[in-house]
Design a protein around this ligand. Structure first.
Ligand code: 0X9
Ligand code: ZN
Ligand code: ZN
Length: 496
C-alpha cells in the first residue's frame, strides 16, 4: 500500500512536468528503487499490530552511523527540492531540517550514498554527470551546491559518548536545585531535579503533570510564579493582571540543547537572578523542558539522532515508529510538509492531536482557559539560529500581527547577539525554512490566540548540528535566555 500510493504520486507528478522529462523519470526510478530496497532491508520491518515491546524492535533501530555523513545541498532548482521532499516524505532520507532554498542538510549512510546522490543529482537539469562534491555549477540555470558538512557522524558520536562517559551526569543534590550546564542530562536526572526544585521552592514553583507519553512517562510542566509582593498586597486595586508565558523544549528528541535552555530558564527565574529581574512581576511561567519524553529517552539509549515520538505504527506491510509531534497540532493539520507515511521523520500522525503528548498540551491549555491570559509562547528547537514566527502551514498569508511579532523578535535577537555575538535571522518559518503544517507555534497563534508565538532554532548553523558539543551549552543557554527575557520586556503591558 505504502509503495503503490507513492508510485501513483510519482506518476501523477511526472505527467505534470513535461520538460526535464527524462531527468525526472530517471530520478523517480531511483526513488522507487530506494523505497523498495529500504523496505527489503528492513528499514521498515514487518510487525504485528500495535505492540509496546521495546526490546527486539529497538535493537534493529540502533543504527551504527558507520561512514554516515551529513551533506548540505544548496540549490534553487525546484526539481531538486521536490525530489528531496519526496525522499523525505517517503521516509528514506533523514533530513536534518527540511528541503529549503537556504540549504538542506541530509544524513546519508555509506551503503545508500551512491543511489541517493544519484537520485538527487539526476533531477538537476545537468543530470548525473554533475556528481562533484564541493562544487557548484554556476553556468547552468539552476544553482546547485553539494558539500559534506559532517564527514564522519560515527566519529562525532563516539567522541561525545566518550565525553559523557568521562563526565557522568551529576546527580541532584538532596538539598534540591542542582543541575549543571556543562553537559547534557538524561530524562531521569531532569525529572528528579524538577521534583526537588518544587519541594525546595514551594512558594514559587509547582510541578504540574499534564499527561503521559505513549510509553507512559509523565509529562511535566514547571510553573514559576512569584508570590504577591508587599506592594501588591497593600494596594486594593491591581494595576495589571499577570499574564502567562509558555516555553517548551525537546518536541524533537535529538535537539538536546533546547532542554538545557529550558532548565536554565527555570533556574534563573527560581533563583531570582538579575537576568530575569522584573519578569516575575509581569508574568507567570509555564516551562516544559521535555515535551517528548519517550523520544528523548530513546535518543539517550539507542539512537542519538532520533527525532519523533515512539508510538509504534504497523500494518501488514510496514512497521515504523514515531510521530513528528510538531506536525500533530491542530491548526491546519495535514497540510503541506507533513508526511502521511509513518516511516517518514515528519510523520503527521493519524489526525490532529492523535498523540498523547500533543493532546496533553491541548487539554491542559483548554483547562486553563479563563485562568491564564497567555502573553507569549516559545518552542525551542535546533538548529539553524533562527527566531521564527508563524505561519508554518502557508506562505501566502502572514499572521495579522506579523509586524509586531517581528518587532519583538528583533529586540530578542539583538539582546541575544549582545551576549556572545551569535547571529540569528528573523522571519516567518515558511519564508525562512519550508512549509510544514501542524506545528505547535501555528496552533498557539491560530487557535489559542497568542500574538507572540515563536519557534527558536538554537545553535548552530550546521557545523555540529544536533550534536552541539557540551562545551557550547553554557553560552547557548545564556544568550537564549537573554533574548527571551528582552523580548518579554518588549511586549506592551495590558491594562485591566
Ligand atoms: O520542522 C520543524 O518542525 C521545525 N524545524 S526542526 O529542524 N527543529 O525540525 C520548524 C517548525 C516551524 N514551525 C512550523 N512549521 N509550524
Ligand atoms: Zn565535560
Ligand atoms: Zn525541532
Amino acid at each position: 500500500m505504502h509503495i503503490s500510493t507513492f508510485a501513483t504520486k510519482l506518476i501523477n507528478r511526472e505527467s505534470l512536468t513535461g520538460r526535464n522529462g527524462l531527468a525526472l523519470f530517471i530520478n523517480r526510478l531511483f526513488v522507487l528503487i530506494l523505497i523498495v530496497t529500504s523496505v527489503i532491508n528492513g528499514k521498515c520491518t514487518n510487525g504485528d499490530v500495535e505492540s509496546r515491546s521495546t526490546n527486539d524492535e529497538d535493537i534493529d533501530e540502533t543504527p551504527d552511523y558507520l561512514n554516515s555523513r551529513v551533506y548540505r545541498i544548496v540549490t534553487n532548482s525546484s526539481a531538486v527540492l521536490s525530489s528531496l521532499a519526496e525522499l523525505y516524505d517517503s521516509g528514506i532520507l533523514d533530513i536534518w531540517g527540511m528541503p529549503s532554498r537556504t540549504g538542506t542538510d541530509i544524513l546519508i549512510s555509506s551503503q545508500e550514498e551512491e543511489s541517493i546522490l544519484m537520485s538527487i543529482l539526476s533531477s538537476t537539469d545537468r543530470g548525473k554527470s554533475d556528481l562533484m562534491i564541493n562544487s557548484s555549477s554556476p553556468n547552468s540555470g539552476d544553482n546547485f551546491l553539494l558539500k559534506v558538512i559532517i564527514p564522519n557522524v560515527k566519529k562525532l558520536l563516539d567522541q561525545q559518548d566518550q565525553h559523557q562517559y568521562n563526565h557522568p551526569p551529576s546527580r541532584v543534590k538532596s538539598s534540591g536545585g542542582f543541575l549543571t550546564w556543562n553537559e547534557y542530562h538524561p530524562l531521569e536526572t531532569i525529572t528528579e531535579w524538577m521534583e526537588n526544585l518544587a519541594k525546595f521552592y514551594p512558594e514559587t514553583t509547582t510541578l504540574i503533570k499534564i499527561g503521559e507519553s505513549w510509553e507512559g512517562l509523565p509529562m511535566h510542566l514547571m510553573k514559576i510564579s512569584a508570590p504577591p509582593s508587599e506592594k501588591e498586597h497593600n494596594s486594593t486595586q491591581k494595576s495589571f493582571q499577570k499574564r502567562g508565558v509558555f516555553i517548551d523544549a525537546t518536541i524533537h528528541a535529538r535537539e538536546w540543547v533546547t532542554t538545557s535552555v529550558a532548565t536554565w530558564v527555570i533556574k534563573e527565574l527560581v533563583t531570582d537572578s538579575p537576568s530575569g529581574q522584573g519578569l516575575l512581576d509581569r508574568y507567570d511561567f509555564y516551562i516544559a523542558p521535555i515535551l517528548n519524553p519517550d523520544g528523548y529517552r530513546h535518543s539517550w539509549k539507542l539512537n542519538r539522532l532520533w527525532r519523533k515520538s515512539r508510538r509504534s505504527i504497523s500494518n501488514w506491510l510496514i512497521a515504523c515508529r514515531g510521530v513528528d509531534l510538531n506536525r500533530n497540532f491542530g491548526h491546519e493539520w495535514g497540510g503541506q510538509g507533513a508526511s502521511r507515511s509513518s516511516c517518514s521523520s515528519s510523520y503527521r500522525g493519524n489526525a490532529a492531536f492523535s498523540e498523547p503528548e500533543t493532546r496533553a498540551v491541548k487539554e491542559w491549555v483548554e483547562k486553563m482557559k479563563g485562568e491564564v491570559d497567555w502573553a507569549a509562547y516559545f518552542t525551542l528547537h535546533s538548529y539553524g539560529q533562527k527566531w521564527m514566527t508563524p505561519w508554518g502551514y502557508t506562505n501566502t498569508v502572514l499572521p495579522r500581527d506579523y509586524r509586531e511579532m517581528i518587532r519583538v523578535a528583533r529586540i530578542g535577537t539583538r539582546a541575544l547577539r549582545a551576549v556572545h555575538g551569535t547571529e540569528y535571522e528573523v522571519g516567518s518559518s515558511s519564508d525562512m525554512l519550508y512549509l510544514a503544517a501542524g506545528g505547535s507555534d501555528d496552533w498557539w497563534t491560530g487557535v489559542v490566540g497568542v500574538t507572540y508565538s515563536y519557534t527558536l532554532e538554537l545553535r548552530d548553523t550546521g557545523l555540529w548540528g544536533f550534536l552541539l558539543p557540551s562545551s557550547q551549552i553554557q553560552d547557548t543557554v545564556e544568550e537564549t535566555w537573554a533574548g527571551i527575557a528582552a523580548s518579554l520586556k518588549a511586549i506592551p503591558t495590558r491594562l485591566v
